[in-house]
Ligand binder design. Structure first.
Ligand code: HEC
Ligand code: HEC
Length: 267
């Protein structure tokens, strides 16, 4: 048998292709590198113009409350109400621009104060008519907006305390629903403390848990936490029911915590 792997003869045409390929491939590579470099340069130029036009936009809208106070590169430090007012709110409220109630103008604020703290805070956070949400500065925290709102309203005669929305009070029906979900789906572990589940009368554990806030507890109960199964192990449970069960647990734990406090106070 003759050799199967016999090398086929190179035709003159193939020879030319190979030659051209050998000559041009490095050339092509060089051209591409140059194009890449130019491309990078161009993009930098683009960036510069983009930030320039950004600056133009910022300048254009500056009188309407875009502040330089919030630099995203600087770690966030909570500002006082006065600071927020001076950085953000004063651009309108200092002069009464856009018919905003002017700082210290108790006549302009008078009727508005009557709406009450919660409504005023809601409007400061969400905006109302020409009043932009958070005064147009989305990076302000709820508390900073609340402090600035209180700083302004108190200067116009109110006597508010900056607090965030109070926790919703549960109806008796909601608590009852929470209790029945708890009894059916959660008590097996949380009554006994099985596998490390926090018992409702474990005041130390619940004092810590309550500090995490309801939202964190809801999330832990719905998605599961270390050792705590998602939805108590019953994924058919509605989120709303799991939340009510958590509400019930927190209410029970708070009762236990209060009872422990009065007990130590009596001693
Ligand atoms: C772009 C201008 C502008 C800026 C900046 C601004 N406000 Fe206002 N604000 C207004 C206007 C306009 C109104 C009146 C809205 C209306 O009732 O029609 C108003 C009204 C309010 C009211 C009264 C709402 C009510 O229900 O009567 C509060 C409170 C308020 N602003 C808080 C703030 C706070 C706090 C800041 C700063 C974080 C701020 N504003 C920044 C324009 C501004
Ligand atoms: C099979 C046992 C078991 C059942 C059933 C169970 N849990 Fe838990 N749960 C645990 C354990 C264990 C932990 C402690 C996890 C840990 O150490 O953080 C826990 C923790 C929690 C926590 C605190 C989360 C945290 O941040 O630590 C909440 C809230 C909670 N469970 C709610 C529920 C609710 C609501 C139900 C019923 C729908 C339920 N659990 C049913 C075992 C259970």
């Amino acid at each position: 048998m003759s050799e199967h792997l016999e090398v086929t003869k190179t035709t003159p045409l193939e020879f030319v292709y190979a030659l051209l390929g050998g000559l041009f491939a490095p050339g092509l590579a060089i051209v591409m590198i140059v194009l890449l470099a130019v491309g990078i340069q161009m993009r930098q130029v683009d960036n510069a113009t983009a930030s320039e036009s950004d600056q133009v936009v910022r300048n254009r809208i500056k009188p309407y409350g875009v502040s330089l106070a919030v630099d995203p590169n600087v770690p966030k430090v909570e500002m006082t109400g006065e600071q927020v007012y001076n950085e953000v709110c004063t651009s309108c409220h200092g002069s009464g621009a856009l018919q905003s109630p002017k700082f210290k103008d108790s006549a302009a604020w008078g009727k508005r104060l009557g709406q009450g703290y919660d409504t005023l805070l809601l409007h400061a956070l969400k905006g109302i008519r020409q009043m932009p949400a958070r005064g147009g500065e989305p990076d302000l925290t709820d508390m900073e907006v609340a402090r600035a709102m209180v700083y302004m309203t108190n200067a116009a005669g109110a006597s508010f305390e900056p607090v965030l929305a109070k926790e919703r009070v549960l109806s008796a029906a909601e608590l009852a629903r929470g209790q029945s979900v708890y009894t059916a789906k959660c008590a097996s572990c949380h009554d006994s403390g099985m596998t490390g589940a926090q018992k409702l009368n474990d005041t130390a554990a619940w004092t810590g848990l309550i500090k995490e806030g309801k939202d964190a507890l809801y999330a832990a109960a719905i998605n599961g936490s270390f050792g705590g199964p998602a939805k108590g192990g019953d994924l058919t449970l509605a989120d709303a029911d799991v939340k009510l069960a958590v509400d019930y647990m927190v209410a029970q734990a708070k009762t236990a915590i209060d009872a422990a406090k009065t007990a130590t106070a009596k001693k």
